[in-house]
Ligand binder design. Structure first.
Ligand code: ADP
Length: 178
């Protein structure tokens, strides 16, 4: 499903973050050490291989709410933006830290002059952040930041399950089409 926010195209799709060949950058739901891990980080590092580990090692560790950018070896994208989301119930205030991830990722994409970025639902897997609240943070951050984007014109949220995709569509609809 597609939305608009201040002229930015915002898509919500079901799929795999490593399979977004028409996007300049994909976002990794990283761990502080920028290593393999499970979920999104597992899928990205498996696809990218040891070249990515060599690039991330000197950049780690990163703080919660921060993002760093690397190339995207063996992936169809130009860059990977690695974000460290909050662990629900541990990192506080979790919503602000999650918003900071999205904001920092958008800033890095802008600085690099990118046109398109695909995001997973950061923190909603191993880090336990509630899916609906995460969709609210994502869509409110888009709304707040879209007006200042210049090079970035397309954003995509890639959800793994149909249930998560539908939930995101509902929340994005109510926040972006309000
Ligand atoms: P975190 O540690 O930040 O919680 P996870 O990678 O554990 O990150 O999960 C984040 C979200 O990404 C979860 O909703 C999970 O279902 C989803 N997910 C897992 N693998 C993929 C993938 N390959 N592509 C897109 N989303 C994925």
């Amino acid at each position: 499903m597609g939305f608009q926010a201040n002229g930015i195209e915002v898509e919500v799709v079901q799929g795999d973050i490593t399979d977004q060949s028409d996007m300049d950058a994909i976002v990794n739901a990283a761990n502080a050490e920028l290593r393999m891990g499970g979920g999104v980080a597992g899928a990205i590092h498996r696809a990218a291989g040891s070249e990515l580990d060599e690039e991330t090692r000197p950049l780690a560790p990163i703080n919660t709410g921060e993002a760093v950018m690397t190339s995207a070896p063996n992936l169809p994208n130009r860059y990977i933006i690695h974000c460290l989301g909050p662990v629900h119930g541990v990192d506080d205030p979790a919503s602000t830290l999650l918003a900071s991830c999205y904001q920092r990722a958008l800033e890095l994409a802008e600085d690099a002059g990118l046109e398109s970025v695909a995001f997973p639902a950061i923190s909603t897997g191993a880090f336990g952040f509630p899916m609906e609240q995460a969709a609210e943070v994502a869509s409110r951050t888009i709304l707040a930041r879209s007006g200042s984007l210049q090079s970035v014109r397309r954003l995509r949220w890639v959800l793994f399950s149909e249930e998560d995709r539908i939930l995101h569509e509902e929340v994005f609809e109510s926040v972006l089409n309000a």
